[in-house]
Design a protein around this ligand. Structure first.
Ligand SMILES: Cc1ncc(COP(=O)(O)O)c(C=O)c1O
Length: 491
């Protein structure tokens, strides 16, 4: 089947310029402007004639001319393509910048979001895969055989219904599977009707903020905290109030001192990101009490709580809430893999309609196909089996990492947050963590500087080390390499 795409060629039958010349002009302009690239296939003369509604003769004429002038070339079996020997667009006279023609920016205005970064950050430590990459899962341990079998089953059995728009709340089978898992494993109080399937926690947060908050609303965020969450509030023009965390997690009393009238708090109670504290029982009750009294919302980001190594997983904050003040957010990014882009929100029953309205105004819903595959993956027991296996596997990776850090760094380093999840923090005094992290990336170690999780002053220096994608056998040498980089830096 031809992969050729027809460029926009406008034909004017009343024009004095003959048809073959108009077709020639159309192609030449498309090539010179960069709309068609060297090597790109063009439609057959017959195909183009049909698309343009003209006879084949002017098309044959135009193609012959373009070939004679070197714009086209044809090879037997490969059809006709834009000539590979053509220079790139900059030589052809159209300066291009990543596919966009440069335009004087002063002539155009875009929306201003004062607290959003101006450009997409691509720091060195986010550019690779392997030792210490944060959020990286053990991909080689994923049960692809089972997953692929379900993918094949759903591809073969695609029905008209499965190809239509899905339900705004998500696929019913998946919502039921998620609800039953959350009730049992996370102590969440919910029914399937309250579960909305979303494209990851990031979207869950965005929809929740659009439903619950208004521009100017003040929101408590953990300091340090998950920086991408901060951007959601900036985008929705909320005002963030950084509230420090300590060994008991989010410091509610400090939040009340800093801004009692905040309309919401975003918290990671099971495993504070990135430092790793578990929100204490007293603080949980204090936070729920504050929300009930002040009419505020709690956004509970429960991103990696299935992996707990020294006790049972901690029950959700939502399960303790008697006033429907908690919006519970979860993701499959850690327990399965992040490119799946699937997560969920548990919505208080009376707000389900409002969430759906906002949802419909944005993207309607994630692909039904992956939801159906995931529903079966959970339903057939592969999900819980995978979590159980990964819990053991990550525990071992964590153990090796912690003992390697102790061996190499001794008392110089304080390890936090190692009781759960797929990352831990190493707090180190007197280092410049960003500089070290950039240097480490050159040596293919992908640790994140701890200070980048802070909004305000007084950042602790250290590193967030992911252990999900590193085999135990490779861990000690990766830690030694990190130590060598630090030693070289402090010399
Ligand atoms: C605190 C926190 N929340 C949520 C997520 C996951 O986000 P998503 O579901 O959008 O992949 C992460 C990922 O790293 C995280 O660190």
């Amino acid at each position: 089947m031809s992969t050729a795409i027809t460029p926009i060629i406008s034909i004017d039958r009343k024009a004095r310029r003959p048809l073959h010349a108009q077709i020639y002009d159309g192609y030449r302009d498309a090539i010179v402007s960069g709309a068609l690239h060297p090597g790109q296939r063009v439609p057959s003369t017959r195909g183009l004639a049909t698309e343009l509604g003209v006879s084949r003769i002017p098309v044959l004429g135009a193609y012959a001319q373009l070939t004679a002038e070197g714009y086209f070339e044809s090879r037997t079996g490969a059809g006709t393509t834009v000539s590979l020997s053509l220079p790139d667009q900059s030589v052809l006279g159209q300066p291009r910048n990543g596919g966009f023609i440069r335009i004087n920016e002063l002539q155009r205005t875009v929306a201003r979001h004062p607290n959003l970064p101006d450009s997409v950050a691509n720091p060195p430590w986010r550019r690779g895969w392997g030792a210490f990459g944060v959020g990286q899962v053990a991909v080689d341990q994923f049960p692809f055989r089972e997953w692929n079998r379900l993918v094949a089953r759903h591809s073969r059995g695609a029905s008209a219904k499965s190809l239509d728009y899905g339900h705004t709340m998500g696929l019913k089978d998946l919502r039921e599977a998620v609800a039953s898992y959350l009730r049992t494993a996370r102590g969440v109080r919910c029914e399937a009707e309250q579960i909305m399937i979303v494209s990851g926690s990031q979207q869950a947060l965005d929809i929740s903020v659009r439903v619950l908050l208004e521009p100017g609303s003040r929101v408590w965020l953990e300091e340090p905290g998950y920086r991408y969450a901060r951007h959601v509030f900036a985008l929705n023009r909320c005002r963030v109030v950084p509230v420090p965390v300590d060994d008991e997690g989010f410091n509610v009393a400090r939040g009340m001192k800093l801004c009692r009238k905040a309309r919401a708090a975003l918290v990671t109670p099971s495993h504070q990101y990135p430092l790793g504290a578990t929100l204490s029982a007293a603080r949980r009750l204090q936070l729920l009490d504050w929300a009930a009294r002040s009419g505020s919302w709690i956004l509970e980001d429960d991103y990696d709580s299935d992996y707990r190594y020294e006790s049972m997983p901690i029950a959700s904050l939502q399960g303790l809430d008697a006033n429907s003040r908690v919006i519970y957010i979860g993701t499959f990014s850690k327990v399965l893999f992040p490119s799946l882009r699937l997560g969920y929100v548990v919505i208080p029953g009376d707000l389900v309609d409002r969430f759906q309205i906002v949802r419909l105004a944005t993207d309607i819903g994630p692909a039904t196909f992956s939801q159906a595959v995931l529903a079966d993956f959970i339903g057939e027991g592969h999900f819980s089996r995978h979590i159980r296996r990964m819990r053991m596997l990550y525990r071992e990776r964590r153990n090796v990492l912690v003992s390697s850090i102790e061996k190499e760094f001794g008392h110089r380093a304080t390890v936090t947050g190692e009781k759960a999840g797929m990352h831990l923090c190493v707090v180190l005094d007197g280092v410049k963590d960003r500089e070290i992290a950039a240097r480490a990336a050159q040596a293919k170690l992908w640790l994140q500087p701890l200070s980048s999780s802070y909004m305000g002053k007084g950042a602790l220096q250290g590193f967030i080390l992911g252990f999900g994608s590193t085999r135990p056998s490779e861990m000690p040498s990766a830690v030694r390499k990190l130590k060598a980089i630090l030693d070289a830096e402090s010399r």
